[in-house]
Ligand binder design. Structure first.
Ligand SMILES: Cc1cc2nc3c(=O)[nH]c(=O)nc-3n(C[C@H](O)[C@H](O)[C@H](O)COP(=O)(O)O)c2cc1C
Length: 423
């Protein structure tokens, strides 16, 4: 890589030397190009196109943060962000499906003011962009979830905190300036779950987001490969593992008891679990990880407050199905009766637009803000949020949709996949 860059620089210098020596420039001078020629001849040092950004403000899109985070983070921690499952087709298809959708641009519509506001459970948010729950954020930056919360506060975005947060919910709420939503991985025993839910309710969290897409476990090969190539001693931080793990403050002090939803992280859980939760809390309940019409209908039947369409960013199952492709059947089943949140592969303002076009109420991001966090801490997360909203604003103006309500199925289309033609 470095060698290739050296070669490029060398070729560039040789080209400039040739250009200044050639009569071509003398001729151009006659046409008033003398200044240009002079400027070229100065050989001002040019930054290689693929160099890393050195500050959050320099980033032009969220992928600039990905490159920095990859270079900055310890190998195993990078593997934890990067991993999907199996051959990672679900993760790849989250992106591929978005790329296949195009936007139908309308012209000559007054877009001088934009309205991106959304209302969730009576609380208004200025934009439809949310922060998805992600575990162990101190693995990406020493300030971890606090940096994310401060960025969410500065930019006014809704944040959902993971059960496996490396900072307690009380501290995160304080940094955010208001209670966050809390993502729940149920404990293996009911008393533990009750204690955890009570704690979040007392902390003021208005919403429990029950994640149901990992109940059968997940086959994260990339994580394992990166972990193997990292020769640091993981036990120094992850001393005891499991419930008493010092990097999992929400597990501390929970009562133990007999397992009641099976092994493998809740393999025995059914819809009945929602009713058990409903009986112990008045918080809103959202189910995260639904991807079919059938489950959307069951969610309505079982009194869920909102649906979170997710495949855990391709980290749960190897179905190969993109979340944006699951949206239409879910939106159809829900038919406006509850909010629909979606995540999985959203990296640009145009992606957010496409999800809204397919019926999402809001869009959540996972990896992009973790890239920002790993690269530049709070500032990085802020810039990621800012970039995506700037991009969404440009898109809305460019295609004639001044409000989110103007975006619908009529705003998008899908490229047909052409059959391969044999030569
Ligand atoms: C490093 C990492 C940790 C995650 N931890 C959790 C978690 O603790 N709970 C959860 O419900 N989802 C978790 N997720 C999934 C995200 O909430 C979200 O569904 C996913 O990241 C969205 O896809 P994207 O990363 O392509 O944006 C995690 C994702 C990543 C990348």
């Amino acid at each position: 890589m470095a060698r290739a860059r050296e070669m490029q620089d060398l070729q560039r210098r040789e080209f400039l030397r040739w250009l200044t020596a050639t009569p071509f420039l003398t001729t151009l001078g006659g046409f008033g190009f003398g200044k240009v020629a002079g400027a070229i001849a100065q050989e001002a040092p040019t930054r290689p196109l693929n160099s890393l950004v050195t500050s959050s403000q320099e980033a032009l899109d969220v992928f600039d943060f990905e490159k920095v985070a990859e270079q900055t983070l310890p190998t195993a921690h990078w593997g934890y962000i990067k991993t999907g499952v199996d051959g990672e087709s679900t993760q790849a298809n989250n992106r591929a499906a978005l790329e296949r959708i195009y936007i139908r641009a309308r012209r000559l519509i007054d877009v001088s003011t934009l309205d991106m506001k959304v209302n969730l459970f009576g609380r208004e948010w200025p934009t439809p962009l949310m922060i998805a729950p992600a575990g162990y954020q101190k693995a990406f930056h020493p300030d971890g979830e606090l940096a994310t919360a401060r960025a969410a506060a500065t930019k006014n975005h809704l944040q959902t905190l993971s059960t496996v947060t490396s900072t307690s919910v009380e501290e995160v709420n304080e940094a955010r300036g208001e209670p966050v939503w809390y993502q729940l991985y149920p404990r293996e025993n009911w008393d533990g779950t009750v204690a955890m839910v009570n704690r979040t309710r007392e902390a003021g969290c208005p919403v429990i987001v029950l994640t149901v897409d990992l109940n059968g476990g997940s086959n994260r090969l990339t994580l394992e490969r990166y972990r193997r190539s990292d020769d640091r001693n993981c036990d120094i931080c992850h001393r005891s593992g499991g419930r008493a793990d010092p990097v999992k403050p929400m597990m501390r002090g929970l009562p133990s008891g007999p397992r009641d939803i099976g092994d493998s992280g809740g393999a025995g859980m059914t819809w009945e679990y929602i009713h058990r939760l409903r009986d112990i809390t008045d918080q809103k309940i959202i189910v995260k990880g639904l991807v079919t019409r059938e489950d959307a209908e069951l969610a309505i039947e079982h009194g869920i407050d909102a649906i979170w369409v997710s495949n855990h960013g391709g980290r749960a199952e190897g179905s190969g199905r993109a979340t944006v492709d699951a949206l239409p059947e879910i939106a159809d089943a829900i038919s406006g009766r509850m909010p629909i949140i979606v995540d999985g592969g959203f990296r640009r303002g145009t992606d957010i637009f496409k999800a809204i076009g397919r019926g999402a109420t809001t869009v959540a991001i996972g990896r992009p803000y973790l890239w920002g966090l790993g690269a530049f801490g709070q500032e990085g997360v802020e810039r990621v949020l800012e970039l995506l909203i700037e991009e969404l604003a440009i898109t809305m103006r460019a295609v004639g949709t001044p409000t989110l309500a103007d975006i619908g199925t009529h705003s998008i289309g899908v490229e047909p996949i052409e059959p391969e033609v044999e030569e």
